[in-house]
Design a protein around this ligand. Structure first.
Ligand SMILES: *Cc1c(COP(=O)(O)O)cnc(C)c1O
Length: 401
């Protein structure tokens, strides 16, 4: 987006504010479908947890995407946004049998990731189609907090447990219609992804009534200039060939599914903050913004590096700053970053603020969660109001003493 547009939005809606560029969301969606255009039946489930604002869900639905959900509440939001139940997949972890049953009753495709729940569900509802989440034990990226395929991970049913899995399916006579994996964020190496896919194809062969294979996500997007990203086009070419061969041998044109979150919305987002003060200590020049990890926790939680631009002074001389927030504990956004010279009142734009940013925001320090704006058809649309004091106390019950 144009820096001048972002400045205007910050002026009109105040700061801090999240801004999402609908055109970028559309571009990313098209890029993915284009990369897999030679697959006859392709289904892109947008991973709702990255960004569930109802207007974003409606926009993604309009693009033609299906939806990936991890809680019954996300399912309900998806239905409210207009996704038909058949276009929603539910991939929870560690939820109750009761919740899975409630989601299945809505007509949503369920995906089960534990043998215990599979046996419980299969015994009671043998006719309901169920997808199985497999853990191929392949490390996708370097960070074990966001990589979920490793041996100690709580996600999926281990490929080493396939014999027991098959026994449960046979005993319950349940209906397995899909096989799934999600190796977690940050696939740097396509060959690793393809290797994990081979494992999934091997498992898939053992089931005769599949209608889809879901390869999850984990596509890496660039977070800073010259950053590595998953080469979707190359993956598309290689996996398409392999998938089409699989279908031929399987004797049926099944659906190839994905569940991208980050890939679809990360780069569409900008988080705009205002600089309250420049504070120079003996060792560091701090730029203190009107936000903190209450609004964007990824740098503190994952060490994520969000590119930061001073959009108020784009031509200014680059200097070193540590960008920090106003929370009363350490809340560093960036250490020793070269940013165009900053003065009080400048607007700093954090890039890649579309995925897992607003969604993880909180009211810590009793601050309001920011507003959200969708840039669509060359116009800014407010899609979430900034909170107020009423929101902070809405569910509190005041005692009298
Ligand atoms: C979070 C999640 C995704 C999306 O991952 P991204 O890295 O954002 O693309 C997909 N599938 C499942 C099951 C998830 O939990």
């Amino acid at each position: 987006m144009e820096q001048s547009t972002l400045i205007k939005i910050a002026k009109e809606y105040g700061s801090p504010v999240y801004v999402y560029d609908a055109h970028k969301i559309e571009d990313q969606y098209k890029r993915l479908t284009q990369a897999f255009s030679k697959v006859k039946n392709l289904k892109i489930h947008y991973a709702a947890k990255a960004l569930t604002n109802i207007s974003v869900l409606k926009f993604v639905s309009k693009l033609g995407a299906a939806l990936d959900t991890v809680s019954i509440q996300e399912v309900q939001l998806g239905l409210k946004a207009g996704f038909a139940a058949e276009r929603i997949i539910y991939t929870p972890n560690g939820v109750s049998l009761k919740e899975i049953e409630a989601v299945a009753a809505l007509g949503v495709q369920i995906n089960i990731d534990s043998l215990d729940l599979l046996e419980q569900f299969g015994s009671k509802h043998p006719k309901t189609p169920v997808c199985i989440r497999i853990n191929p034990h392949v490390m996708a990226g370097g960070n074990t907090n966001i990589s979920v395929g490793h041996i100690d991970s709580k996600f999926g049913i281990s490929i080493h447990q396939i014999p027991l899995l098959l026994r449960i399916v046979e005993n319950t006579r349940m209906n397995i219609n899909g096989i799934h994996m999600h190796t977690g964020s940050d696939i740097l190496d396509i060959d690793v992804f393809l290797y994990a896919s081979e494992i999934l194809f091997e498992v898939a062969k053992k089931f005769k009534k599949l209608s889809f294979i879901d390869f999850g996500s984990g596509f890496k997007v660039p977070y800073k200039p010259n950053d590595v990203e998953t080469n979707i086009e190359e993956l598309g070419e290689k996996l398409t060939d392999r998938f089409n061969t699989f279908c031929k041998n399987y004797g049926k044109e099944i659906t190839l599914a994905f569940e991208p979150g980050k890939f679809i919305v990360s780069q569409s987002g900008y988080f705009l903050t205002k600089v309250n003060a420049i504070k120079q200590t003996t060792s560091t020049v701090f730029a203190q913004v009107d936000s903190g990890f209450n609004h964007l926790i990824r740098p503190m939680l994952y060490g994520a590096q969000h590119h930061i631009e001073n959009i108020s002074n784009p031509e200014g001389k680059a200097r070193f700053y540590s960008v920090v927030g106003y929370i009363c504990e350490t809340d560093t956004f960036a250490n020793n970053r070269r940013i165009n010279e900053i003065t009080e009142g400048d607007i700093l734009a954090f890039h890649n603020a579309g995925a897992y940013c607003f969604m993880m925001s909180s009211n810590y320090n009793s601050r309001y969660r920011p507003a959200e704006v969708l840039w669509y058809n060359e116009q800014a649309h407010l899609i979430r109001k900034r909170e107020t004091l009423e929101d902070l106390i809405a569910n509190q019950i005041e005692m009298e003493f």
